[in-house]
Design a binder for this molecule. Structure first.
Ligand code: 10D
Ligand code: SF4
Length: 316
């Protein structure tokens, strides 16, 4: 039986960012240095495949520091942690390594700097997401207020409208955030903040690549996990920019083949925490059913790399 033809647009950049790469390396190097088990507070990055692979190497994942013994090393996930977490680890004299992405740490420092200058902070982020919890947790309760939508901006109850600054989560939708920042600036003209927002290079580039391909594809598959903020944003970007069917898949077994019936073009991308091996798996599954021609849609080149903390570069 002849397979129907399918043009596959492959987004570039896609998949692992420098912060994810570094965080995974930190866990692997910690196991090499101190032996198993090494505890990890929260999924090191939001991907079950990555987490399961590290579990096989000797990592133990917990949600709370209180679930770690005093005498084993603990790694904090790439999303960042409230100040109280390293403080508690220090008080228990634990060995800990912070795998917070340097671009998330930069936002932490920004928030602290504004607070030291007497400003109250408004964070644009998703309620309950570990990065939001971590960034808000850099300062005492009440010093950072959360807004998630343009609607929230009208309701936020600030201490002094002339003494405000904003920071953002790094993985937000560029377009939504632009609107929220504009609403903040309209209501609080004196508000200080970054040049645009704190969305990182990887989030920006992955969204741009999807935007470039969305008008020409019948369907978009985003390889990523349901708890991965940046991956979910890629699905939204596809849907909002002209793609009739945009779906998140963790791996090939998640593909809804009935939804892809009759398509002649498809876009594939992957969130910053999704390994390339899962992209390959999805493409292989498409090749089983279609006569696939791959075209790469490259909208940016990335060559950013972050060093692992010094403690892991030194011999045990
Ligand atoms: O949910 P998310 O997009 O923030 O995290 P994920 O682990 O999927 O991707 C890496 C992004 C990080 C660590 C936040 F910047
Ligand atoms: Fe860092 Fe951006 Fe990757 Fe988050 S998505 S880990 S901020 S590089």
């Amino acid at each position: 039986m002849t397979k129907p033809p399918l043009t596959l647009y492959l987004a570039a950049p896609r998949g692992f960012c420098a912060g994810v790469d570094r965080a995974i390396k930190i866990v692997e190097m910690a196991i090499q240095k101190w032996g198993a088990p090494v505890f990890v507070r929260h999924e090191i990055v939001h991907n079950k495949f990555v987490v399961d692979r590290l579990k096989d190497q000797g990592a133990v994942f917990v949600e709370d520091l209180s679930d770690c013994p005093d005498d084993r090393p603990v790694i904090f996930s790439a999303h960042g942690v409230p100040k109280s977490v390293p403080e508690a680890a220090q008080a228990r004299q634990m060995i800990f390594v912070d795998a917070t992405c340097p671009l998330v740490s930069k936002v932490h420092i920004e928030a602290e700097r504004h607070s030291e200058a007497g400003l109250q902070i408004i964070m644009i982020g998703h309620d309950g997401h570990p990065e939001t919890i971590g960034t808000m947790g850099q300062l005492p309760i009440g010093e950072v207020l959360l807004v998630e939508t343009v609607g929230d901006v009208a309701l936020v109850d600030v201490r002094d409208p002339d003494k405000l600054a904003f920071v953002t989560q790094t993985t937000l939708s560029i377009d939504d955030t632009k609107d929220i920042v504009a609403a903040l600036q309209a209501r609080f003209p004196a508000i200080q903040g970054p040049h645009k927002e704190d969305i990182c290079y990887a989030t920006t580039n992955r969204q741009e690549a999807v935007k470039a391909m969305a008008p020409q594809i019948d369907a978009l598959l985003v390889v990523g996990a349901p708890n991965s903020s940046n991956s979910r944003r890629l699905v939204e970007v596809g849907a909002r920019n002209g793609c009739a069917y945009a779906q998140l898949v963790q791996r090939a077994t998640d593909i809804d083949w009935r939804a892809l019936d009759g398509i002649s073009s498809i876009g594939i991308t992957a969130g910053a925490s999704a390994p390339e091996i899962l992209v390959d798996e999805v493409i292989a599954a498409l090749r089983d059913r279609f006569d696939v021609t791959v075209t790469e849609v490259e909208t940016a080149k990335e060559n950013i790399e972050f060093k692992v903390p010094r403690v892991l570069r030194e011999p045990a």
